[in-house]
Design a protein. Structure first.
Length: 201
């Protein structure tokens, strides 16, 4: 099953994610443990870029920028709103981060077709996000969708779909979120929005 492969791969890179705990946390951001599968898979797949949809305060973009600081992988971050001052301040020193403003739904398939990419969707949400996943079939191998903890994947093929809210995964890696959560005033074991991992081919 995909979860077994994800846990094995993430075990190789959890220390690297832990080392990024210096990145300032932000409200409503993707948790570090939820970012880990994407970052770990990128080490294996070596994409030209990670395409991010939904940026807000730039925490996840900051994680990607730091993770790929010494690699050739660049980060393309899109949001319907212009970059916030906090996001701009976080990301101003990263030369391989490109920020775009606009609706990501028509843009992501175009970017994904042009380069070997991994896609992170944190907006649009729910069914609109899943519709975008379907549009990306044949263009990218891996798509990550945030805030899917309440979505029913019981009928999905466990070889192709995995969610970080899975008990086995949380038992293994949720400790990575402790400093992130406590810095924001939350309990150290507060559950996140859940990152769904889709293997499209």
């Amino acid at each position: 099953m995909l979860i077994d492969k994800i846990i094995q791969l993430c075990s190789k890179y959890e220390k690297t994610m832990k080392s990024l705990s210096f990145i300032p946390a932000a409200e409503h951001a993707i948790y570090p443990s939820e970012m880990l599968p994407l970052c770990a898979l990128a080490m294996k797949e070596k994409p030209s870029c990670v395409i991010e949809s939904g940026r807000q305060y730039g925490f996840s973009t900051n994680v990607l920028a730091e993770w790929f600081r010494r690699s050739k992988t660049k980060t393309i971050s899109m949001d319907v709103h212009p970059p916030t001052s906090e996001a701009e301040d976080r990301l101003k020193s990263f030369l391989k981060v490109r920020l775009f403003t606009g609706d990501s739904r028509p843009l992501i398939p175009l970017f994904a077709s042009a380069e070997k990419s991994i896609v992170l969707i944190d907006g649009p949400k729910e069914q609109s996000a899943l519709d975008l996943v379907e549009e990306l079939r044949g263009k990218v191998r891996w798509v990550f969708v945030h805030d899917m903890v309440n979505w029913d994947f019981s009928k999905a093929n466990p070889n192709n779909v995995f969610v970080t809210s899975d008990k086995r995964y949380r038992a293994r890696f949720s400790y990575l979120d402790c400093s992130f959560l406590t810095s924001l005033g939350y309990e150290a074991d507060s559950p996140g929005g859940g990152m769904a991992v889709f293997k499209l081919f």
